[in-house]
Design a protein around this ligand. Structure first.
Ligand code: FAD
Ligand code: NAD
Length: 450
């Protein structure tokens, strides 16, 4: 690969993020046409659909991570990668401020990066709705370090409950695993936890296992609000059989260190003691996105969840900023499927813009009229949903597919597995995940506390 060199005759695209949207954009972008700089606080892509499996060790974290430098290195012209978070966007002067917010920082930990085009693909953060105690006492499930923290705390709860002479009420609390939010993240995590309990913990902790309880708290009447009615009923029935308790119509009001304060369906306040709490109530805009929204015309940017874009994914109120994936507020759901399709689309747009510019320059150099190329317009973004899949435990999955097909069960689980395996970005990741599944079937999950 050629080394990265800043070519001043070319325009610079700055991309924020190394997630689904940014990675698909980088994969398809023709880097001969632009200087490209990628900024992200993590130097890897994370395959989020298998993240719930990493909380209990069904799959190992490194199997679903791919270094960004692996992607940037094999482009015809190398891309610059900066590990840091963008915390400020100067829209007028077209300059980003990037901070190295990792553990080890050198003499220089802040840098300004100029751009011609900016692509905001930095995703979203976990919504807490300002509920007191959520950030202090619960675990989120969005990033690799969240899954690691959950796995460690889960084993800590078990070993603390097994400590000689532990008080009975404390054992019950420590073994109460609570999940808040019955969206796909909360459901898939509860499902993995149940599998771990049934397949491994029951053998390793025979005295404690019968006391382990899993509870899912959901504010609405049912879990999985975005799935079809049949699959919601199927999942709720499956959870009831597995003794995963769903507390629906229950709103969390406050989180304390050892208990949750909720409002039950009868509008009474209740206390729920817990050992491990996972908070999965959806997305809200990141600070850098919220700040950018404030800098743009308020009549065009009126969504709190992200940047409003036009049909070409250009941020409304700007002529050189694009937003993709969870950082944007569109009519499409905040999913990996949408984010990656948007990334591919924007790469095609940039590639076409470069071709149009090159044709125009050629015509001008030959003294001809460049108006003929005005017809080479870029098409608006178009999205066709391929359906939704979710794992619900005990080797069962559910799938809402196009054409009104709603299926659930063991066959769907194999479809779920093969769909995710083929969607993993590299052969290396596919092999690692397949090995993890085989390893789990042969030897069970590892119960060491990291
Ligand atoms: P992300 O993938 O979140 O990437 C954001 C990137 O921006 C990250 O690299 C981050 O480090 C970086 N970043 C953060 N802050 C900054 C900053 N200040 N400056 C620069 N960069 C920054 N969707 C599906 O379609 N199917 C599924 O099965 C599925 N399963 C999921 C399971 C879980 C547990 C979760 C949490 C989500 C799941 N999703 C799934 C949703 C999907 O992961 C998201 O919609 C998708 O990740 C959005 O892509 P994105 O590129 O917009 O953001
Ligand atoms: P979500 O927004 O889909 O669901 C959050 C749930 O939390 C909702 O059901 C909501 O009613 C509930 N909630 C909100 N506040 C609450 C409170 N105070 N107390 C109790 N419940 C409360 O969030 P998610 O599950 O994190 O998913 C985020 C996005 O990622 C979605 O677009 C989802 O489709 C996608 N995703 C997809 C998959 C999959 O396809 N398998 C897996 C995970 C995530």
């Amino acid at each position: 690969p050629k080394q990265f060199t800043w070519d001043h005759s070319k325009k610079t695209i700055a991309i924020l993020g190394s997630g689904w949207a940014a990675t698909s954009l980088i994969k398809d972008l023709d880097t001969e046409n632009y200087n490209v700089v990628v900024v992200s606080p993590r130097n890897y892509f994370l395959f989020t659909p298998l993240l719930p499996s990493c909380t209990v060790g069904t799959v190992e974290l490194r199997s679903i991570m791919m270094p960004m430098r692996y992607i940037t290195r094999f482009k015809p012209r190398q891309i610059a990668f900066v590990e840091g978070g963008c915390n400020q966007i100067d829209v007028e002067n077209k300059v980003l401020t990037v901070e190295d917010n990792s553990e080890i920082v050198g003499e220089v930990s802040s840098q300004k990066i100029p751009y011609d085009y900016l692509v905001v693909a930095c995703g979203a953060e976990n919504a807490t709705f300002g509920i007191p105690g959520v950030r202090e006492y619960s675990c989120f499930l969005k990033e690799a370090w969240d899954a690691k923290k959950i796995r460690t705390r889960l084993m800590d709860c078990l070993e603390t409950a097994a400590f000689p002479g532990q008080v009975e009420s404390e054992v019950d609390r420590l073994l109460h695993m609570v999940v808040v939010g019955g969206g796909p993240t909360g459901v898939e995590y509860a499902a993995e936890l149940y599998d771990f309990l049934k397949e491994d913990l029951a053998d390793w902790y025979p005295e404690l296992a019968p006391k382990i309880k899993i509870t899912l708290v959901e504010a609405l009447p049912h879990v999985l609000p975005s799935f079809s009615k049949e699959l919601i009923t199927y999942t709720e029935k499956h959870f009831a059989e597995a003794k995963v308790k769903i507390l629906s119509n229950t709103m969390v009001k406050e989180v304390k260190q050892k208990e949750l304060i909720v409002q039950n369906p009868q509008k009474q306040i209740e206390k729920i003691p817990y050992g491990l709490l996972v908070w999965a109530t959806g997305n809200t805009a990141r600070q850098v996105v919220a700040d950018l929204i404030k800098k743009l015309p308020s009549n065009l940017q009126n969504q709190r969840r992200g940047l409003v874009v036009d049909d070409y994914l250009k941020v409304k109120g700007s002529d050189n900023i694009y937003a993709l994936g969870d950082a944007s507020a569109t009519k499409w759901p905040p999913t990996a499927q949408v984010a990656s399709r948007q990334g591919h689309y924007l790469a095609a747009t940039f590639n076409q813009l470069a071709r149009i510019d090159a044709d125009r320059d050629k015509l001008l150099a030959a003294g001809e009229d460049p108006s003929a190329i005005a017809g080479q317009v870029v098409k608006p973004f178009n999205y066709k949903d391929l359906g939704a899949l979710a794992y619900i435990g005990s080797d069962k999955a559910i799938a809402d597919l196009p054409g009104n097909v709603h299926v659930g069960g063991a066959l769907t689980f194999w479809f779920w597995r093969s769909a995710y395996l083929s969607n993993l970005f590299s052969l290396r990741n596919r092999v690692l995940v397949a090995f993890d599944w085989a390893k789990k079937s042969l030897f069970g999950r590892d119960i060491s506390r990291e």
